[in-house]
Every structure is written in C-alpha cells, then in structure tokens.
Design a protein around this ligand. Structure first.
Ligand code: ADP
Length: 228
C-alpha cells in the first residue's frame, strides 16, 4: 500500500510558502509542487491555457478550479513525487480541497497541513519590496534575501523587476481572494481529519521556520497518525 507523505503548506500570499518549500524539499526528499510556478510557466510559454489565465493572474484573482485540479492531478503522478510531495499554493478553494481529499484518500497518501501565520501589514511590505529576475525567476527581497548588487540577479546579472502581481493594488486583491476563498479551506481540511499546525511565519529567519516544520512533520509521520 502506498503511504507517501504530503505536506500542505497553507497561508496567505507572501507568507513564505515558496521559500519554505524550497528549503524543505531537499531536507525531506519530497517534490515541490507550486501551482503558482506551474501557471507562470504556462503563461510564459504562451500556450492556450497560459493565454487564458494570464489576465486572471495579473489582476490577483484565482484561476478556475478544473484547470488547477487537472494540473495538480497530473503532477502528483510524476515519478519525482513518488516519495512524497509538498503542496505550495494548493488547495486554494474548498472545491480544490474536496478534490484533493478524494485523491489523497484513494491513493492512501498521508497529509499534514502547516499554516504559516503572517500579519497582513508585513505581507504588503514584503511583497511590494520583492524583486524578480525576469530571466531565471529568482526572487529577492530588501532583506534578508537581497541581491549582492542592488537590483541585479546574483545568478545571471539580469536587471530585477517587480513581479506583475506584486504591485500593491494587486496584493490587496490577492489578500481579498485569500480571505474569501482560501481561508475556509483550513477549516475544511481540519474537519476532514488532517492534522493542522499553526507556525509563526515572521520575526525569525526562514531556516528557523523550516526547522520547526521539519520537527512537526517528523513527529507526525513517525507517529503514524497522519490522515490516510
Ligand atoms: P502567492 O501564493 O504569493 O499568491 P502564487 O505564486 O502561489 O503566489 O500564485 C500566483 C497566482 O497564481 C495567484 O494569485 C492565482 O492567480 C494563481 N494561482 C496559483 N495557485 C492557484 C490555485 N491553486 N487556484 C487558483 N489560482 C491559483
């Protein structure tokens, strides 16, 4: 029977889900599945799906559930997810959570939810100070992850840009979408029996947050009590 682990990283935009997923995927040997990254790749490739979702993403709204569900379903079946996977930015609506719950139960995948808690004022400051390399996608902030040379990518020297959806007015829309459509997902997952942990996502270095998450899920999967 398959009992590969799944870590659901949950929290508002800018709470550090992507940063934590990148730190944890090495330590835990799990695949990193980011729906935001997958959608941005499709937009950059200019394919039909990418063209259909570009406007929604730019305005801070949510992409339709069927599109995202299909993408995640396919991604979970890839060989690199066979030993477990980290979900970053999914599920984001109760409809997505219902489908995920079905997939997890059918495939006997055990899941733990980690909710990264960050004050909205901190989020607005973080995202509006964020810069991205238009070439390789690397993300920087004013601190603690500022580039060696101001406004220039450490990896390939490109001039950094502000991600389209990190403009302050779009950040406010993303937070609204989170409050109305995503926050209820946590209650759904709790009600469905998944262990849910709150983790403070500000006021300390990302590495310290990652260590806390590692300890939590280490205990959870060792105890055999994760939802299957
Ligand atoms: P953040 O979590 O910081 O908002 P992401 O990179 O996860 O950033 O997502 C960027 C955008 O991609 C979202 O604002 C939304 O438009 C779209 N998106 C990502 N994941 C989903 C999802 N699970 N359902 C619907 N839309 C999504």
């Amino acid at each position: 029977m398959n009992s590969r682990p799944c870590l659901i990283l949950f929290g508002p935009p800018g709470s550090g889900k992507g940063t934590q997923a990148k730190l944890l995927r090495q330590a835990l040997g799990m695949a990193h599945i980011s729906t935001g990254d997958m959608l941005r790749e499709r937009v950059a490739s200019g394919d039909q799906l990418g063209q259909a979702v570009a406007g929604i993403m730019q305005s801070g709204g949510l992409v339709p559930d069927e599109l995202v569900n299909r993408m995640v379903d396919d991604r979970i079946a890839q060989p690199d997810a066979a030993n477990g996977f980290i979900l970053d930015g999914y599920p984001r609506t109760v409809a997505q959570a219902r489908l995920l719950d079905c997939v997890l139960r059918t495939q006997h995948i055990r899941a733990v939810v980690v909710h990264l808690k960050v004050d909205y004022n901190v989020i607005i400051a973080r995202l509006s100070g964020r810069r991205q390399c238009p070439n390789c996608g690397a993300l920087y902030s004013l601190s603690p992850n500022s580039p060696a040379v101001s406004e220039v990518c450490d990896y390939d020297g490109s001039k950094l840009i502000v991600r389209d959806d990190d403009r302050e007015e779009v950040v406010v829309q993303r937070l609204k979408a989170y409050d109305s459509q995503t926050a209820p997902v946590l209650e759904f997952l709790r009600g469905a029996g998944y262990p849910c942990y709150d983790v403070q996502g500000e006021g300390r270095p990302p590495q310290a947050i990652a260590r806390e998450i590692e300890e939590l899920i280490g205990k959870e999967f060792a105890s055999g009590s994760g939802q299957a």
